[in-house]
Design a protein around this ligand. Structure first.
Ligand code: PLP
Length: 270
């Protein structure tokens, strides 16, 4: 069994964050390791409080864990504060520096960055002064998976038009340095369309994925589940386009089977 690592916030409802990531990893037959960046107090409708982890403990956990084994893929989710994000970055840098074989760096571990800024109820899940650090981390990403508001906030592009979404994707891959960006269109009115932009050398290719809106109401944790599914599939050796295609189908099917375990949002069933 391959192993994937999630570095994410804890969601006691199990619908989002690290708890969801581990369930998705297991769904795809991948062992899940997890480092918690923050505790949250939340129910199915809103986040009541965020308690960031001690930044030094996040780094210590990463050091101890990554000396012991190398995950086949890593997912970053909620990072809470600039200090936590900095220590995550240090941990990833140490992993990269340690992976030298025969004097040459070994193949990089795929990293999926879900650039979580806020919960659906508007509560900030990353402090504003940490956005620059998140942009740095996006530079290490194999794939970054913003929704439309996140893409707009991080790139300053107006994403209300198709050209604007394409400009935001271009900024994420060409300016910030991600290998690929998947901008999720679920927040727009009408049928959701996602854009996958992939950089190869100096060329960027764009693929639009058509979706259809399901009338099921608010579903908790879809963004976390999508990024976790891509991470698990990359850990298993899928190519990026394969992983994105399978992960989108997985989330769509999980929404169609969703259940209302809580009172204020539905939960994915997979
Ligand atoms: N809690 C944690 C720990 C998260 O990482 C996220 C989203 O990434 C959420 C809550 C918010 O989920 P939603 O946007 O479905 O409210």
């Amino acid at each position: 069994m391959e192993c994937a690592l999630t570095i994410a916030g804890s969601d006691p409802t199990g619908g989002a964050g690290l708890q969801a990531d581990l369930q998705v990893f297991r769904h795809f037959g991948v062992h899940g390791a997890g480092v918690i960046t923050a505790l949250t107090v939340q129910d199915s409708g809103s986040v009541h409080r965020v308690l960031p982890s001690f930044p030094s403990v996040v780094l210590e956990q990463l050091r101890v864990l990554l000396k012991d084994f190398t995950p086949s893929a890593i997912k970053l989710g909620m990072l809470a504060t600039d200090d936590v994000a900095l220590n995550v970055e240090l941990g990833l840098r140490e992993l990269e520096n340690s992976r030298i074989s025969g004097g040459r760096p070994a193949a990089r571990v795929p990293i999926v960055v879900d650039p979580v800024l806020a919960a659906s109820d508007g509560t900030a899940l990353l402090e504003r002064r940490a956005w620059a650090r998140l942009q740095d981390l996006i530079g290490r990403a194999t794939l970054v998976t913003p929704n439309l508001p996140e893409a707009q906030a991080l790139t300053d592009c107006d994403v209300s038009t198709e050209e604007g979404v394409q400009a935001a994707a271009t900024a994420l891959v060409s300016h910030y340095g991600a290998e690929a960006a998947l901008i999720k269109g679920g927040h727009a009115a009408g049928p959701p369309r996602d854009l996958l932009a992939t950089r190869q050398g100096g060329t960027v290719t764009y693929d639009w994925f058509e979706g259809h809106r399901m009338d099921v109401g608010s579903v908790h944790g879809t963004g976390c589940a999508l990024a976790a599914a891509v991470t698990a599939l990359l850990a298993r050796g899928d190519s990026l386009p394969e992983a994105v295609g399978t992960a989108r189908t997985f989330v769509r099917d999980s929404i169609s089977r969703s259940e209302d375990y809580g009172k204020r949002a539905r939960f994915l069933v997979y």
